[in-house]
Write a protein of this length. Structure first.
Length: 498
């Protein structure tokens, strides 16, 4: 239907319907089957054309839709806040009162996530909610969605489930927009968290409610909605936790992180890492708990979610403060040690400090354990899709440390990862990389773990470059590699396509 509407729009005399057609197709149709990011630019065009034609109502509908979709796609909060403030001024000038309130709802939520005027933001949302209840419009649904968004990111699960139960069926007011898709995901997650902290009848009731929401999302995914794949992974992991299925929970959490990263939803990748950390810590695994909370904090920082970064840092150390700099609204300054960093580089910096810490602990004499942990961090940096330039720097520093420790097996394993990274960055030729792998394979025993690591990474490179002829011998000549590494998070992806 959306395609048909666009074809009709190309007919003579239909220009006057341009803004309305763009609003309907992009807000209600395309997000069901296409990446949400693809709707942002057309909605901006709809706003601009609407203003040119004097269709201010449809133009502002497009602008509001664009603002919310920018938020849901994980655009940095600092940049969104600037656009929202400009959009609010436009709404005031055009006397678009209801649309201005929708912008205000989103702006208040963004400010709260950024740690700006949290109390004032709460008062504003409560005021809009009270007014909306009297007039019975869909503003109350927008408030419920955005308040729930904030509760989930701040892990306020009691407040989240209370809101869900009081809000009623929000889907009735926001049918067919992506806002209702997002709400359904947050609703299901709130129900699962409530079930995990309950027992008896209440636990069964919360689980049943979660299943209803999950079934809706599964149906959307089955019908081709690419924007909910990572939602299902996150919910599947939490459902496995609720059911006590630990192996499935681990696999689902890793799949959730990978899907969020691959599809470009930075804020959901941060959430997935945080939920994964909570799971590992509940299992008494502090190592992976700490690793995933570091990843989560780095993602939240890159997103510009200063309020959340501060919450995480205070919960970990009890003293760290975070604030937004004046010169760049989306840059975060960590004041605990006087250093400034942004995004993934903050995670890499923290890893360098941990590596130094491991070196100081070598007095205990457990060189093998320290070397193993150094290698694991590199494996999971690869698995978590860290930027290749940062990953190369980490690999080179780690290899240097392992050389000093005389840990040849771990060094050779990381050399295989480095060969792949350098080839992907076009720093070496195909022949040079092939020769590097041959030398590594000759230097180790065919039955060793190092041999299988090298073979696995060579296979990974072949697959990435779609060199199927080269990939096949990796499977046929070393069939035991898959079995060796099937339980390793960093390696499952490489062998999944086999």
């Amino acid at each position: 239907m959306a395609k048909a509407a666009e074809l009709i729009l190309e007919m003579p005399g239909m220009r006057s319907s341009t803004s309305n057609t763009i609003f309907v197709t992009q807000s209600f149709c395309y997000h069901w089957t296409s990446p949400l990011q693809d709707t942002v630019e057309p909605l901006l065009k709809g706003y601009q054309v609407g203003l040119e034609l004097g269709d201010n109502d449809r133009a502002c509908f497009c602008l509001v839709g664009r603002m919310y979709y920018l938020f849901f796609t994980g655009r940095t909060l600092g940049s969104i806040q600037k656009e929202l403030e400009a959009a609010a001024n436009v709404m005031t000038q055009l006397k678009q009162d209801e649309n201005e309130l929708k912008i205000t709802i989103l702006l208040s939520s963004v400010k709260k996530l950024r740690g700006l005027d949290a109390e004032a933001c709460d008062e504003m949302l409560d005021s809009i909610l009270a007014s909306a209840a009297e007039t019975r419009n869909n503003l109350s649904a927008y408030v419920s969605v955005m308040k729930l968004e904030v509760f989930v990111f701040f892990q306020q699960w009691k407040e989240a489930i209370d809101l869900v139960q009081k809000a009623g069926n929000v889907r009735l007011f926001l049918s067919s927009t992506f806002v209702v898709v997002r709400y359904t995901f947050l609703e299901a997650l709130a129900y699962l968290k409530a079930a995990q902290s309950s027992s008896g009848w209440k636990k069964r009731q919360m689980k049943k409610c979660a299943h209803k929401s999950i079934q809706l999302i599964r149906g959307w995914a089955k019908n081709g909605n690419v924007n909910v794949v990572h939602y299902l992974r996150i919910l599947g992991a939490e459902l496995a936790v609720l059911s006590g299925k630990n192996n499935k929970a681990k696999d689902s959490f890793n799949a959730a992180i990978a899907a969020s990263s691959r599809n470009g939803f930075l804020q959901d990748r941060a959430l997935a890492h945080e939920l994964t950390s909570a799971y590992f810590r509940s299992q008494g695994d502090e190592y992976w708990g700490n690793y995933h909370i570091e990843c989560s904090r780095a993602c939240y920082q890159e997103w510009g979610c200063v309020g959340k970064v501060e919450q995480l840092l205070i919960s970990e150390s009890g003293t760290t403060k975070v604030e937004v700099t004046d010169d760049k609204a989306d840059e975060v300054t960590i004041l605990s040690d006087g250093t400034r960093s942004s995004g993934i580089s903050a995670l890499i910096a923290s890893r360098d400090l941990l590596l130094e810490g491991y070196r100081r602990e070598l007095d205990n004499g457990d060189v093998e354990s320290v070397s193993f942990q150094i290698s694991l961090r590199c494996y999971h940096s690869w698995s978590a899709y860290h930027p290749l330039v940062d990953l190369q720097a980490e690999l080179e520093a780690s290899i240097s440390a392992l050389v000093q420790l005389n840990q040849r097996s771990h060094e050779r394993s990381l050399q295989a990862y480095l060969l792949v990274v350098r080839r992907l960055r076009n720093l070496t030729s195909k022949d040079e990389t092939s020769l590097g792998f041959k030398e590594l394979l000759k230097a180790v025993e065919p039955t060793s773990n190092v041999f299988h690591t090298v073979n696995m990474m060579q296979f990974e490179l072949f697959v990435l470059f779609q060199d199927w002829e080269g990939a096949l011998p990796c499977l046929t000549e070393a069939p035991d590699t898959r079995n060796r590494y099937l339980s390793c998070n960093a390696c499952v992806g490489a062998w999944h396509v086999s």
